[in-house]
Design a protein around this ligand. Structure first.
Ligand SMILES: Cc1cc2nc3c(=O)[nH]c(=O)nc-3n(C[C@H](O)[C@H](O)[C@H](O)COP(=O)(O)OP(=O)(O)OC[C@H]3O[C@@H](n4cnc5c(N)ncnc54)[C@H](O)[C@@H]3O)c2cc1C
Length: 382
């Protein structure tokens, strides 16, 4: 009898669980180690968006490609939003609407209808073994190799927010104002009587509390009917980097542990899940994971960094003009085009790399010679 190929995965975030599902479905014996007692403990039941704008592939088709078909993804909240109200720094409202959804709202955390819990269920049904309360420390020493999806190691972007119940109807609203969310955005997502409001900041992290309070105040001003019940504050962070190997000595680094993240607005779930899927694929048929990321994922991430460089230059005055520009023509097509490699983005990318250099290095180390897991070892992969 043919023995099953074995693989160990560290971390049980979306990147790892998608890898586990695809490996187990391909007949591998999969063990996932998660340091927390359940999935989604980095999150708090907050709503996030699976963005639908960086590619023509609809989120639902994307999920299906990853092995999460219609019957399965309907088990977690996966709600399309076709309209977003965006306010500039003067609180002037622009309604962005599109026939194609801008994003699909999902819930993160350990609630039964969260993305994390349903991915866990699918992985288990496929035959993966999940070991909770098990922290794997010496990632460089995983003897037989494995997949590493341990999430971010540093903060390039932080979110400070509040979860609450409300009688308000389903809504997506965003405020672009550096006083509320330096070089980022403040957001409000309401679904089925529950809401997530937060400031997503790329700068001035020490002003987190003030920015958060201004965010609540601004949303109360633009939405006077907003009622907030059973408030619960939360926070989180994310990272992005380009300068570490994504495959080394049988170890595949996926999701934010590999620095994979949308550098413009911090929409990392698609990157995480896709990299988990790619790692599984490469493990199964021996393809070159680093090469696959280099052709399929890194070009778009590089453009997102160039976009961040441009976006940061707009400032409060520019955000209003940006919104007016967006509304001329099909919004989602316009955003998608901004994620396509272009001559301008190719020119801007080296500048952006230089600008964010100090933030892009020293996030972690996959170097075999290193004694520590996260150190200052620098290796270029792209
Ligand atoms: C507040 C907030 C809002 C966000 N909003 C959005 C959004 O709207 N849209 C979007 O696309 N993205 C969003 N993101 C980013 C997105 O959540 C992440 O990019 C995504 O979760 C990364 O998935 P991952 O599997 O790489 O890592 P994670 O989801 O971080 O999972 C890593 C797992 O590994 C475990 N772990 C860590 N170290 C070890 C160890 N040594 N041993 C064992 N287990 C370990 C952790 O406990 C964790 O469960 C948001 C992030 C935050 C913080």
């Amino acid at each position: 009898m043919k023995t099953k190929r074995e693989i160990e995965i560290v971390g049980a975030g979306p990147a790892s669980l998608v890898a586990a599902i695809n490996l187990a479905n391909a007949g591998c014996r999969v063990t996932v180690y998660e340091e927390k007692p359940d999935v989604g403990h980095r999150f708090h039941g907050d709503f996030q968006g699976l963005e639908n704008w960086s590619s023509k592939e609809e989120v639902t088709d994307f999920l299906e490609r990853l092995g999460i078909n219609n019957k399965l993804y309907k088990k977690f909240i996966c709600q399309p939003y076709n309209e977003i109200s965006v306010y500039d720094a003067n609180l002037t409202k622009t309604v962005l609407s599109s026939k194609r959804a801008f994003f699909y709202l999902v819930q993160r955390g350990d609630n039964p209808d969260s993305l994390d819990s349903v991915l866990l269920k699918i992985a288990r049904e496929a035959g993966a073994r999940i070991v909770f309360n098990k922290r794997v420390d010496k990632l460089n020493n995983l003897e037989k190799g494995g997949i590493i999806g341990v999430g971010p190691r540093a903060a390039d972007v932080i979110a400070k927010g509040v979860l609450f119940k409300t009688t308000m109807e389903d809504t997506a609203a965003v405020i672009l104002d550096d006083r509320l969310a330096p070089k980022g955005y403040a957001y409000l997502l309401v679904y089925n009587g529950r809401a997530t409001m937060a400031t997503c900041m790329f700068r001035e992290f020490k002003q987190e509390r003030e920015c958060f309070e201004r965010t609540v105040e601004a949303f109360r001003r633009v939405l006077p009917s907003l009622d907030m019940l059973d408030e619960r504050e939360f926070g989180g962070y994310g990272n992005y980097f380009f300068d570490k190997p994504v495959y080394e000595n049988g170890k595949y680094y996926i999701g934010e542990a590999a620095g994979l993240q949308d550098c413009l607005w911090g929409f990392g779930m698609r990157y995480a899940m896709l990299s988990g899927y790619f790692a599984a694929d490469c493990f199964i048929d021996g393809r070159d994971y680093a090469a696959l990321l280099k052709s399929e994922l890194l070009p778009i991430q590089r453009v997102s960094l160039a976009n961040r460089f441009i976006f940061e230059r707009l400032g409060n005055k520019g955000y209003g003009s940006f919104l007016r520009w967006l509304t001329k023509g099909d919004v989602i097509d316009k955003i998608e085009r901004q994620y396509n490699p272009s001559f301008l983005k190719t020119l801007v990318y080296p500048l952006a790399r230089w600008r964010y250099k100090s933030r892009l290095v020293n996030k972690g180390c996959h170097g075999e010679g290193c004694a520590c897991v996260w150190c200052r070892c620098r290796k270029e992969v792209c």
